[in-house]
Design a protein around this ligand. Structure first.
Ligand SMILES: NC(=O)c1ccc[n+]([C@@H]2O[C@H](COP(=O)([O-])OP(=O)(O)OC[C@H]3O[C@@H](n4cnc5c(N)ncnc54)[C@H](OP(=O)(O)O)[C@@H]3O)[C@@H](O)[C@H]2O)c1
Length: 263
């Protein structure tokens, strides 16, 4: 498969980081199921893995990556810092690096906004870890625009990415534009859980391209340049979800899917 990548804002050493638009989500995958699913995803061609400290599967994701034989530098790895770990960012990233068995994490996110007044100090901790070269890019998850602006105005450093719940029914052109104006990449999570895959708009478009509605949803993200990270533990779905470069949605189809969001 040929999945395009987006360039993230520069890193501490000035190099650019390329983030594949399609990644593999691993929430709720544990133990051997996580290991097998990630092995299968890497075989199917995914080169971007999404995990988090709270998922409790970093060790399995790391072993699957090592055993896959895919070179480390060909896979983009995201993990996330629980905001309760404020003051312990360095220890947390070291635990993630150890569990994953890698020297550097490509993208580290604050998993959700900390309580009032704690966001900027935590963001500074992430920036220090980035300056130390332990992560290549720093970002946030579940932030609104106001909370992003608070970080940027306090530190002069914007988050590279905001990972948010997203899908056709949550389409909000103004929200996407607000991120773009600020140079923050939008990464969507739960593309299927937020979507009625039996919606007639999706089934009609899917039938026209000879694919299933799930792939239409993923392709819609790609064409909007929104990073998407579907999860599955089912081998056929894992590979089918990655098979999204063989068709292109027309402008009319994109607009019809946007309208599912009604915004
Ligand atoms: N930052 C955050 O706060 C946050 C929150 C939630 C998720 N995430 C990340 O985003 C990833 C994706 O979100 P998610 O896991 O919540 O949900 P999702 O990817 O929208 O949906 C996963 C569900 O869809 C099913 N599925 C997968 N492929 C399918 C297909 N082709 N057709 C029909 N059903 C299909 C899966 O079933 P099977 O597994 O049984 O195949 C599973 O039940 C997570 O794994 C995680 O990495 C981040």
């Amino acid at each position: 498969m040929t999945i395009p990548a987006l360039a993230l804002p520069k890193t501490a050493d000035g190099t650019s980081v390329e983030m594949p638009l399609l990644g593999f989500g691993t929430w709720q995958l544990r133990g051997n199921t996580a290991y097998q699913a990630v092995r299968f995803a890497l075989e199917a061609g995914y080169r971007h893995l999404d995990t988090a400290t709270v998922y409790g599967n970093e060790a399995e994701v790391g072993s699957a990556l090592r055993d896959s034989g895919v070179p480390r530098d060909q896979v983009f790895i995201t993990t996330k810092l629980p905001p309760e770990r404020a003051g312990k960012a360095r220890a947390t990233i070291d635990a993630s690096r150890r569990a994953l068995g890698v020297d550097t994490i490509d993208l580290w996110l604050i998993h959700w906004p900390p309580s009032r007044g704690h966001s900027v100090p935590l963001w500074r901790e992430l920036l220090e870890v980035r300056e130390a070269g332990l992560i290549r890019a720093a970002g946030v998850s579940n932030y609104d625009i106001r909370a992003i602006d608070e970080l940027t105005s306090a530190t002069g450093e914007r988050p590279a990415v905001n990972q948010i719940r997203f899908g056709p029914e949550l389409w909000d052109a103004r929200l996407v534009e607000a991120h773009r104006e600020r140079g923050v990449v939008v990464e969507g999570y739960s593309p299927f859980k937020t979507t009625n895959l039996n919606d007639p708009v999706l089934t009609r478009i899917a039938a026209g391209h000879g694919v299933d509605p799930a792939r239409v949803v993923l392709r819609w993200h790609l064409q909007h340049e929104i990073v998407v990270i579907p999860k599955s533990k089912t081998p056929e779905r894992i590979s089918r979800n990655a098979d999204i470069d063989g068709f292109v949605l027309t402008e009319e189809e994109m607009a019809a899917i946007d309208r599912l969001g009604g915004r």
